[in-house]
Design a protein around this ligand. Structure first.
Ligand SMILES: Nc1ncnc2c1ncn2[C@@H]1O[C@H](COP(=O)(O)OP(=O)(O)OP(=O)(O)O)[C@@H](O)[C@H]1O
Length: 308
């Protein structure tokens, strides 16, 4: 509830999400709370992909889950800052302050998340079609027939071959890559303005990873949504993101366009992350922008190099 004397939050017209000085803390028995996220700020514009990159434990997932307002179920609390989001009706809401009821209405409809492991996120006893259609019925009040048609269109959108037959299959009948496409279809079913992908390719083998990254890029061009991409891998950042925020111990230590951060990484930790990717490592200390075409995603060349 906004007090009568405070103006509603505002955002620049092209900004979809603005995380401002966000702090998230976990209660720890008989000790001071543990601050997993320590005053981070970043924005995501319409149609933009922003990557949060950092090693395990740096606070990426806690950030993603807090934007979705899911961390409180793990015993975390937002102890500072705001999470402003521009909704489809043009209004700006502070997700950090909304009631659970209002947040629940936004999940899936305005903002959605895809997790690393599709097998544990999908329900084994419902068909793929039912799981995609469920969000559409829930949020948009469509009839089951309309929802099935939307589910079919969304499966086609994520390039699931033979989509009509797949609609009536169960998760265990699909490969890992197909299951991740289904997860993306569920996340996209209500056409949210922002999709969060939390290490969506980490559990997949290299070939399938490349296909999923390719899909995310293609979808973005087709439907123009904004993406927050969580990864520990600078190679993935180079392939999908427009801008990157490097996280270390709950803080953002470096941020910039992917081009700038790769060309001139300022923080030693960023350089270490770049060096950890074999095919980028040799570029970490070079300033030559003409080298950057090397970073362009070329699945055929990369697969040929991998001997596939
Ligand atoms: N339920 C929880 N209770 C207490 N601390 C937690 C909980 N969940 C996460 N943390 C802590 O918060 C910090 C940030 O974790 P987070 O999962 O965001 O890291 P991450 O960068 O996403 O790494 P990973 O890729 O391994 O998930 C870590 O120190 C982690 O131990």
């Amino acid at each position: 509830m906004i007090p009568a004397n405070s103006a509603p939050p505002e955002l620049p017209e092209d900004v979809i999400l603005s995380v401002e000085d966000l702090e998230v803390s976990f209660a720890v028995r008989s000790r001071a709370p543990f601050r997993a996220v320590r005053g981070i700020s970043f924005t995501i514009s319409r149609g933009e992909t922003v990557a949060l990159v950092g090693e395990s434990g740096s606070g990426k997932s806690v950030t993603a889950m807090t934007i979705m307002r899911l961390t409180e179920y793990d015993g975390a609390a937002i102890t500072g800052g705001r999470v402003l989001m521009r909704l489809k009706d043009g209004k700006v809401a502070d997700l950090a302050k909304l009631s659970e009821k209002r947040v629940e209405a936004l999940r899936g409809a305005e903002i959605s998340i895809v997790f690393q492991d599709p097998m544990s996120s999908l329900n084994p006893v419902f068909t793929v079609g039912d799981q995609i259609a469920e969000a559409v019925v829930h949020h948009q009040g469509k009839t089951p027939e309309q929802a099935r048609q939307i589910a079919l269109n969304t499966l086609k959108l994520v390039r699931v071959p033979d989509a009509e037959r797949r609609l009536d299959q169960y998760p265990h009948q699909l490969s890992g890559g197909m299951r991740q496409r289904v997860m993306i279809a569920i996340a996209l079913a209500c056409r949210p303005s922002l999709m969060i992908l939390d290490e969506p390719t980490t559990a997949l083998d290299v070939t399938i990873q490349a296909q999923i990254l390719d899909l995310v890029r293609a979808l973005q061009q087709e439907i123009g949504m904004s993406v927050l991409f969580i990864t520990h891998d600078m190679g993935v950042v180079a392939e999908v993101a427009d801008r990157v925020c490097v996280m270390l111990k709950g803080e953002i230590v470096e941020t910039g366009t992917v081009y700038d951060v790769f060309a001139k990484p300022r923080h030693a930790y960023t350089r270490a992350l770049i060096s950890a990717v074999p095919r980028l490592g040799s570029m970490a200390d070079k300033d030559a922008p003409e080298k950057f075409p090397l970073l362009v995603f070329e699945p055929e060349r990369q697969l040929a190099e991998a001997g596939k």
